[in-house]
Design a protein around this ligand. Structure first.
Ligand code: CLR
Length: 264
């Protein structure tokens, strides 16, 4: 009797058609996603922990608030684009993402990269003072006053606060981020079935680690957050369109090309 007749299959990370993931495959996938996340975060958890109480001074807050609206927008667009670039690097290292055609990779990043930035924002959040690590120090919503989009900022902070309260491990956050990216309902996809198959494996990976961590109730809480992410991103795009009408030249000549490519 051969090993395959006995029900054993050799591990094959590229397996796709007619194959179902084995628990070894899922373990490997988890490890690979976690590694990709670890290698592409701007700050390690220990670093963030050490900087936890490093907050902007009154003067520094005032300096940000006194910036003109277009200057502050440009500043935030640059910071956001930096964060997006790390997410692009994360995506490129996820096995199921890497194997997609270029068109579908771009389609997934267009609608998903901002969502993953917002998920990652919860790692940079301190729920004790409601501040986010931005530009080297912790900042509250008031720092972003000159953007003139308080509703977006309040909603984004609220989301980060609530996600942070779930106290996800780095592993859980990594696999949840991969799940957010691999969404077969995104517009512009050529091969939805392939995205769906990759997603199914990541779903199994998430269930697997939550089971292992004895935190299966988190699954429902995480899925609950997904529609919120979509509405926050829609609001971000809406604000950008509004800003572009006011300052078309700032967007045209001073915003990072990647920012315009993804959101413009
Ligand atoms: C997300 C996690 C990253 C580091 C990082 C960098 C830039 C931050 C971003 C985080 C969170 C969202 C953020 C952004 C800069 C501006 C943006 C605070 C912490 C706010 C929501 C403004 C968005 C709208 C502008 C484009 C006008 O590892």
């Amino acid at each position: 009797m051969t090993s395959s007749e006995m029900g054993f299959r050799p591990f094959d990370p590229e397996s796709s058609f007619f194959s179902y993931p084995t628990s070894l495959h899922i373990e490997e996938l988890c490890a690979s996603i976690v590694r990709s996340h670890r290698e592409t975060t701007q700050y390690r958890p220990e670093e963030l922990q050490a900087l936890r109480w490093k907050v902007f001074s009154r003067e520094e807050i005032h300096a940000h608030q006194s910036k003109s609206m277009d200057e502050m927008w440009q500043h935030c667009a640059v910071r956001l684009t930096d964060a997006v670039q790390y997410v692009v690097e994360f995506a490129k290292r996820i096995p199921g993402f890497r194997q997609l055609c270029q068109n579908d990779q771009i389609a997934l990043l267009k609608s998903g990269s901002m969502e993953v930035v917002l998920v990652r924002m919860s790692r940079m959040f301190n729920t004790e003072n409601n501040m986010v690590f931005f530009d080297g120090k912790f900042a509250g919503t008031e720092l972003f006053k000159s953007l003139a989009c308080n509703d977006l900022i309040a909603a984004v902070f609220d989301f980060a606060h609530n996600l942070c309260m779930l106290r996800l491990t780095e592993q859980q956050m990594a696999v949840f981020s991969a799940l957010v990216l691999l969404n077969a309902d995104r517009p512009g996809l050529e091969n939805r079935e392939k995205v769906q198959r990759a997603r199914r494996d990541v779903e199994l990976a998430l269930s697997h680690i939550l089971h292992r961590d004895n935190q299966e109730t988190l699954l429902y809480k995480l899925y609950q957050r997904v529609p919120l992410l979509k509405s926050l991103c829609a609001l971000h795009i809406e604000k950008l369109q509004w800003f572009r009408q006011l300052f078309p030249l700032t967007v045209h000549s001073l915003f990072p090309p990647l920012y315009k490519e993804l959101f413009g």
